[in-house]
Ligand binder design. Structure first.
Ligand code: PDD
Length: 314
């Protein structure tokens, strides 16, 4: 990559048949979700929202995604803490305890065993002006629970994923989990069109910040490297768990960024996320990482993730 002039030039597909198949598979969920919209239960497809909602006009909203394993939200406290932080950062006041109550009730009624919970809070509906609305503007609060039809990451989690590097064009507060995801969507789309599972986002100074929707980790000389927490990355919940798992596996982890120029020296590369879990990366821009197969550190961390789930009775 590095050549910023070719930002959105599309290269020829490079994925092997199996990872391409994964990308082209139908969505991981049915779209048949149960929603709680401002306290009212209804099918997700029946929720209607005004075009004056500031999420529609300005992307003025934040969100969370939680994984449900065996009917229980995974790392719930951590996700809710990040939700509270996002709300604080964009200065939206919302009764999170009430939202949590709705979330648990929706999950119970949806009877989803394997799936996800999506939460979004917008600043609300108001006539269009950039500054915050004066007077009465209630946040719109959405929770929905959706069942997985399939695990779209099952194949690359075993075989390893192909990725591409793409300039990180996002704003300077990527630590806020805001719904402003256009740069992420463009990157994810470009990756998919090149037959890849994910895009690695590269900052102007050449550091790999993270993926379009996953955190990124390199392995060099037995050490795991990842971007330090900063406004340039989302504080991934799975990233936080990964640090605990690395400690358990006696694998040193350093919060040090790695660069696109370090890629040829990396022994391993992997991504983490709520739905992808721990995902080995075996190819970047058509070049193999390490041996071109998922490496031992990644495999150990994947096993530790599974063991953590078992221990927590998930
Ligand atoms: N994406 N980085 C970005 C930019 C993300 O959007 C995500 C999550 C992550 C991983 O964070 P976590 O481990 O908390 O899932 C990193 C979510 C799942 C999404 O947008 O659907």
């Amino acid at each position: 990559m590095a050549d910023y002039s070719s930002t959105f030039a599309f290269a020829a597909p490079i994925a092997d048949a199996s990872s391409l198949q994964t990308i082209l598979d139908p969505p991981m969920t049915t779209g048949d979700a149960l929603a709680n919209w401002n306290g009212e239960l209804m099918p997700l497809r029946d929720v209607r929202v005004s075009v004056l909602d500031r999420a529609f006009l300005f992307g003025d909203a934040i969100y969370e995604v939680l994984r449900v394993y065996r009917g229980r939200p995974f790392l719930e406290a951590e996700h809710l803490e990040r939700l509270r932080r996002s709300l604080r950062e964009i200065r939206v006041s919302c009764d999170v305890d009430r939202l949590v109550h709705r979330m648990r009730e929706t999950l119970r009624l949806a009877q989803v065993q394997e799936g996800l919970i999506y939460i979004q809070v917008t600043r609300g509906e108001a006539p269009r002006t950039h500054r915050f609305p004066q007077g009465d503007c209630r946040p719109n609060e959405l929770v929905y629970v959706e069942e997985f039809t399939a695990d779209p990451y099952a194949v690359p989690r075993e075989a390893g994923a192909a990725t591409v590097t793409i300039p990180d064009l996002r704003w300077k507060r990527c630590d806020i989990k805001s719904v402003n995801l256009l740069a992420n969507c463009l990157a994810a789309q470009q990756a998919a069109e090149q037959g890849c599972v994910e895009a690695l986002l590269v900052a102007a100074d050449g550091t790999i910040t993270e993926g379009s929707h996953m955190s990124a980790f390199g392995v060099m000389d037995g050490q795991v490297l990842t971007s330090p927490l900063s406004p340039s990355i989302l504080p991934g919940i799975t990233r936080g768990l990964l640090a605990r798992l690395a400690a358990r596996c006696d694998v040193p982890l350093q919060e040090t960024s790695f660069r696109v120029t370090d890629l040829p020296q990396l022994d391993e590369l992997f991504l983490t996320g709520t739905t992808s879990e721990v995902l080995p990366v075996v190819q970047v821009d058509g070049q193999a990482i390490g041996t071109g197969r998922p490496g031992p550190v990644t495999r150990a961390l994947q096993a530790a993730y599974r063991q953590f789930l078992e221990e927590q009775n998930w």
